[in-house]
Design a protein around this ligand. Structure first.
Ligand code: NAD
Length: 473
C-alpha cells in the first residue's frame, strides 16, 4: 500500500497528481496504487542522490558490497511477501516467481562482495596510479517483466561501485520496488544513496533521463523508450546503458538424432514461453533443418498444447496471463495480422483461451509457413508465440539467426559440442546457450544492435558504473 515515494531516506508525498492503480492481470482488478511522481519529485530525489554521493563513494567498496549482501539477506526474509506481491502485479506462476523473480535478485545482491573483490579499484601503471571511480548519480529505469530482477541488476552494482541511485520502476509492476526501499532503509543504506520515485515514463522517466545532476542513465525496456532515453541523456552528455528487446533464435543443427531433436524442440517451447513469452531473451524463433520441419511442427504444437493457461497462484500452472490488457491486445494484433499475411497457426491464435473469462490470457501459439523476413518473424511479440523457420545449410541458419534488428540472445543445439561452439561464434548475440548450458548469474548479459549496449551482472555489470581517473606521479 505505498502512499509515498522514498527520497533522502524518508517517505514523502509525490506531486504528480492522481495515484497510479496497480492491476492484477489474473483478475483484471486494481488491487493497489502507487504515487504518481513528476519532475519535481525526480529533481528532489536526484538532488538527494547528488548530496549523498561524496560520503558514499568515499566508503571502501568492500563495505558497500557488504551492505548489498545485507540487502540480500533482508530480501530473503521477505521472500514470501515478495513472491505474493510479484504474482499479484505480474501474473507469473507462483513457483517460477519464487525461484526466478525473487531468487535471482537476492543472488545478485549477494554476489556483490565476490564481484567487488575481483576489481582493482586502484592499480599502478608506470608512473601513474589508475583509480576506478564511481560514475556518479545513476538514474535507473526498469521494466515490468522481471521487475525486481531488473532493478537488482542495476542497483546492486551501482551502489557497490560507489554510485548513488534514483530508481523509477515500471508503473505496471511497481510494488516490489517499495519493498526494496524498506529493506534498504532497514539495513542502514544512508539517506539519499537509494531513492524510489514511482511514475510513468513520460512524466517521471523523461525527467530522470534529462536531469542535469544525473551522470548516467541505466535503462531496461523497449527499444522505442530506450531510444528516447538515450536522446535525452545525450543532450547532457550523460552515459547510458540500454538493455532492450530481442527476437532471439534457437538453432537446432542437423546432427541431432530423433530423440535429441524432439527433446530440443520441447525445451525450445519452454525457452519461448517462460513468463508467458514476456522475456527479453526468450528464444522465439526455432530454426530447424528443412528436412525436419514437419517433425518440429508436430512436436512443438503438441508441446505447446500442454501449456494450459491458468491461475498463477495455482502451483501446477506453467502459463499465466500477460501483464496487462494493452500487452494482450498487442499480442493478439500480431497474431491477427500474421494470419492475414498467410501464416499457419499450428496451435493457439488470437481468440481467448477456453474457460477463462477473466484475466489477460493468450493461447500458447506456434506459427509456421512464414518467411524469415515477415513481420511476425522479425518483431518482438512479447507473448507465448513461437515461430518455426526452416533453413538449408549452416550458412543460411547463420544468416536467418542474425537477420533481425536485434541481437540479445540465442540457443544452439547439436550432437557435436565443438560444432555447436563454432556455430555459436558466428552469431551476433550477447548471450548464447549451447545444449541448454546453465544460466550463469556472473556472466555478462546485454545486447548487440537494437537490443542495446552495456552489460549487466558480475564484473562486467559493475564496470558499467565505473570510470577511471589516472594520477601521474
Ligand atoms: P517500456 O519501454 O514501455 O518501459 C520500460 C520502462 O521505461 C518503464 O519504467 C517505463 O515507465 C519507462 N519509460 C517508458 N517510456 C519512457 C520515456 N519516454 N522516457 C523514460 N522512460 C520511459 O518497456 P516495458 O513494456 O516495461 O518492458 C518490455 C520491454 O523491455 C521489452 O521490449 C523487453 O524486451 C525489454 N526488456 C529488455 C531486457 C534486457 O535486459 N535486454 C530485460 C527486460 C525487458
Amino acid at each position: 500500500m505505498p502512499q509515498r515515494i522514498y527520497v533522502d531516506g524518508e517517505w514523502v508525498p509525490a506531486s504528480g497528481g492522481a495515484p497510479i492503480p496497480v492491476v492484477n492481470p489474473a483478475t483484471e482488478e486494481p488491487f493497489d496504487e502507487v504515487p504518481r511522481g513528476g519532475p519535481k519529485d525526480v529533481a528532489r530525489a536526484v538532488e538527494a542522490a547528488a548530496a549523498a554521493l561524496p560520503a558514499w563513494s568515499a566508503r571502501p567498496a568492500a563495505e558497500r558490497a557488504g551492505l548489498c549482501a545485507a540487502v540480500a539477506a533482508a530480501l530473503g526474509e521477505r521472500a514470501d511477501e515478495l513472491t505474493e506481491t510479484i504474482v499479484n502485479e505480474l501474473g507469473m506462476p507462483i513457483k517460477l516467481t519464487r525461484a526466478i523473480q525473487v531468487g535471482s535478485p537476492i543472488r545478485t545482491f549477494l554476489s556483490m562482495p565476490e564481484v567487488a573483490a575481483g576489481i582493482a579499484f586502484e592499480e599502478p601503471m608506470g608512473n601513474s596510479v589508475v583509480y576506478r571511480d564511481p560514475v556518479g548519480v545513476v538514474g535507473a529505469i526498469t521494466p515490468w517483466n522481471y521487475p525486481l530482477h531488473q532493478i537488482a541488476a542495476k542497483v546492486a552494482p551501482a551502489l557497490t561501485a560507489g554510485c548513488t541511485v534514483v530508481l523509477k520502476p515500471s508503473e505496471v509492476t511497481p510494488l516490489d520496488a517499495f519493498v526494496l526501499a524498506e529493506v534498504m532503509h532497514d539495513v542502514g543504506i544512508p539517506a539519499g544513496v537509494f531513492n524510489v520515485v514511482s511514475g510513468t515514463g513520460p512524466e517521471a522517466g523523461e525527467a530522470l533521463a534529462a536531469h542535469p545532476l544525473v551522470d548516467m542513465v541505466s535503462f531496461t525496456g523497449s527499444t522505442r523508450a530506450g531510444r528516447r532515453v538515450a536522446e535525452l541523456a545525450a543532450a547532457g552528455v550523460r552515459r547510458t546503458a540500454l538493455e532492450l528487446g530481442g527476437k532471439s533464435a534457437n538453432v537446432l543443427l542437423d546432427d541431432l538424432d530423433d530423440a535429441a531433436f524432439e527433446d530440443a524442440v520441447r525445451k525450445g517451447v519452454a525457452a519461448c514461453y517462460l513468463n508467458s513469452g514476456q522475456t527479453c531473451s526468450a528464444l522465439t524463433r526455432l530454426l530447424v533443418p528443412r528436412e525436419r520441419l514437419h517433425d518440429a511442427e508436430r512436436v512443438a504444437a503438441g508441446e505447446a498444447a500442454t501449456y494450459t493457461p491458468g491461475d498463477p497462484r495455482d502451483p501446477a500452472t506453467r502459463l499465466g496471463p500477460l501483464v496487462s490488457a494493452v500487452q494482450r491486445e498487442r499480442v493478439r494484433a500480431h497474431l491477427r495480422s500474421a494470419a492475414e499475411d498467410g501464416a499457419t497457426l499450428l496451435t493457439g491464435g488470437p481468440d481467448a483461451p477456453d474457460g477463462l473469462e477473466r484475466g489477460y490470457y493468450v493461447r500458447p501459439t506456434v506459427i509456421t509457413g512464414v518467411a524469415p523476413e515477415s513481420r511476425i518473424a522479425q518483431e518482438e511479440i512479447f507473448g507465448p508465440v513461437l515461430v518455426v523457420l526452416p533453413y538449408d545449410g549452416e550458412d543460411e541458419a547463420v544468416r536467418i539467426a542474425n537477420g533481425t534488428a536485434y541481437g540479445l540472445a540465442a540457443g544452439v543445439r547439436a550432437a557435436d559440442p565443438g560444432r555447436a561452439r563454432r556455430f555459436a561464434r558466428r552469431l551476433r548475440a550477447g548471450q548464447i546457450r549451447i545444449n541448454d548450458g546453465a544460466h550463469n548469474g556472473l556472466a555478462p548479459f546485454g545486447g548487440y544492435k537494437h537490443s542495446g549496449y552495456g552489460r549487466e551482472y558480475g564484473r562486467f555489470g559493475l564496470e558499467e558504473f565505473l570510470t577511471t581517473t589516472s594520477v601521474q606521479l
